[in-house]
Design a protein around this ligand. Structure first.
Ligand SMILES: [Zn+2]
Length: 315
């Protein structure tokens, strides 16, 4: 199982504590020793590979960490497409917190077990986060934005029996709800044959973020500190996503197309290197190698004789 920086996490290094306190919050999250996919669920395991007792809940998790300084969370979560990706993401950051979110989402069925959560729920949220990132990236690219929206929107025809006129449906994940929330795109300014829908995209980005920020709130601790707190990791993901979207710190890698976060002042155009290492990441290196091969190929096409002569001489 891929797990990063566990030793450092356990002791809450000063730098993380400071960064977290500067952001005025104290959200702590939990990671178990291992996880496994289990018939539509992702289940926390003990060191010996046994199912964690549901009664122990998060008190049985050996690792506690502060997720707020992990600004890479939304972009990393957006890469989750398959069940295998869920397993890897959860191995790194812990469960998303379906149980905690379900207890504090209006009209959700409370789910008391903190040691497992439905994979479909995780995938639905990852899709929603990806949708926001793609729309945000395409706000100034009308053709790309139209393509993204065409894929996401479903036209619902007139219903002559109920006399409900046709509309355009959009679905997205909402905190602890198992089923996607459905809205009428027209209520957010969408017109199927209208002009470039960037206003609509902004309305939808704001709506999805606002709905999913309901688990972030102000909290006063017994030490009488007033801090921001999130109920679950999924709440932290949307919190960081809202910050990234409003501060424009989210970018798309020029090589692989994945999203990543970078400071506004950073010149980075490719996925960053693994945490705690400096310099270029693998995508920057791969793109350099690709450009080099392309250049060699073009040179060969331009001067075939030179190269043939060079080859025969070196033989
Ligand atoms: Zn990349």
């Amino acid at each position: 199982m891929a797990v990063d920086a566990t030793a450092a996490d356990r002791s809450f290094p000063k730098s993380l504590e400071k960064e977290s306190a500067e952001r005025g919050q104290r959200t702590v999250w939990y990671r178990y020793r291992a996880y496994r996919l289990d018939g539509g669920w992702i289940q926390a395991l003990t060191r010996r590979g046994r199912v964690v007792s549901r009664a122990l809940g998060t008190s049985a998790a050996p690792t506690k960490y502060l997720p707020m300084p992990r600004t890479e969370l939304p972009a990393e979560f957006a890469k989750v497409i398959s069940e295998k990706d869920v397993l890897q993401f959860v191995g790194n950051y812990g469960l998303l917190g379906f149980s905690q979110a379900s207890l504090t989402t209006m009209s959700a069925e409370p789910y008391p077990d903190e040691t497992r959560e439905p994979i479909d729920w995780v995938l639905m949220h990852a899709r929603t986060v990806r949708f926001i990132l793609e729309m945000h990236d395409a706000l100034r690219k009308p053709a790309a934005l139209r393509r993204i929206l065409e894929q996401a929107l479903t036209p619902v025809p007139d219903n002559p029996r109920t006399r409900v006129p046709g509309f355009t449906m959009l679905t997205f994940a909402e905190r602890g709800l198992l089923e996607p929330r459905q809205v009428r795109a027209e209520d957010y300014g969408y017109a199927p044959d209208g002009p470039t829908p960037s206003g609509f995209a902004r309305n939808i980005i704001a709506e999805i973020l606002n709905v999913n920020l309901a688990g972030v709130h102000r909290h006063v601790s017994p030490r009488l500190d007033s801090v921001w707190r999130a109920e679950s990791l999924i709440d932290v993901v949307y919190w960081l996503l809202a910050d990234a979207v409003s501060n424009r710190t989210i970018r798309r890698c020029h090589f692989c197309g994945h999203f990543f976060t970078a400071a506004t002042t950073s010149k980075r155009q490719y996925c960053p290197p693994p945490r705690n290492s400096a310099g270029d990441g693998p995508c920057a290196q791969n793109d350099r190698a690709r450009r080099y091969r392309l250049q060699k190929k073009q040179e060969a096409a331009r001067h075939p004789q030179t190269i043939a002569r060079h080859r025969s001489r070196s033989r």
